[in-house]
Design a binder for this molecule. Structure first.
Ligand code: FES
Length: 157
């Protein structure tokens, strides 16, 4: 009873306003966190086409989607991002040199995306591939960083 007597009407209103404002801030903060995690998890599957369209040992550019689809000699697939791992310029594959070259600072990468010449220090990112109903589906929203190429990065039909 002593406690109730000490709270004035003005004090009660002040505490209620502070509590409501705190709850409002908490609500906004939680919503921001949820939106961030949803964006990270969102997939954007791009249908590159039927597996049969891609000849073994050839590289196919998808310029608008910023990747090359490589059909390896053993039939595996590798989707290589064209975003340079130095500062993000767009690399291009030069057939006569058999390598990716960055026009900005001349980094070079082999046909698997591994660094041949600096300033880039790590391999080009790869994009996850799923093969469903004979279609090669590329997830454009989940580039995977890597230092070098290895066979576990290849997808087979
Ligand atoms: S952005 Fe490609 S080498 Fe610098």
């Amino acid at each position: 009873m002593k406690f109730i007597k000490k709270i004035t009407r003005r004090g009660f209103i002040k505490k209620a306003i502070i509590t409501l404002a705190s709850l409002e801030l908490l609500y906004v903060f939680v919503n921001l966190l949820n939106k961030g995690s949803e964006a990270k998890e969102a997939t954007h599957l791009f249908n590159a086409g039927d597996t049969d369209l891609f000849e073994h040992g050839k590289l196919y550019p998808f310029s608008n989607e910023r990747f090359y689809l490589s059909r390896l000699t053993d039939g595996g697939f590798l989707a290589i991002s064209t975003k340079c791992t130095h500062l993000g310029c767009t690399v291009q594959f030069k057939n006569k040199d058999n390598k990716f070259i960055c026009p900005c600072h001349a980094s070079a990468f082999n046909k698997f995306g591994e660094v041949l010449a600096p300033p880039a220090t790590r391999a080009l990112d790869i994009l996850p591939i799923t093969i469903a109903n004979n279609k090669v589906m590329i997830d454009l929203n989940k580039p995977q960083k890597r230092l070098k190429h290895n066979s576990s990065q290849i997808t087979y039909a």
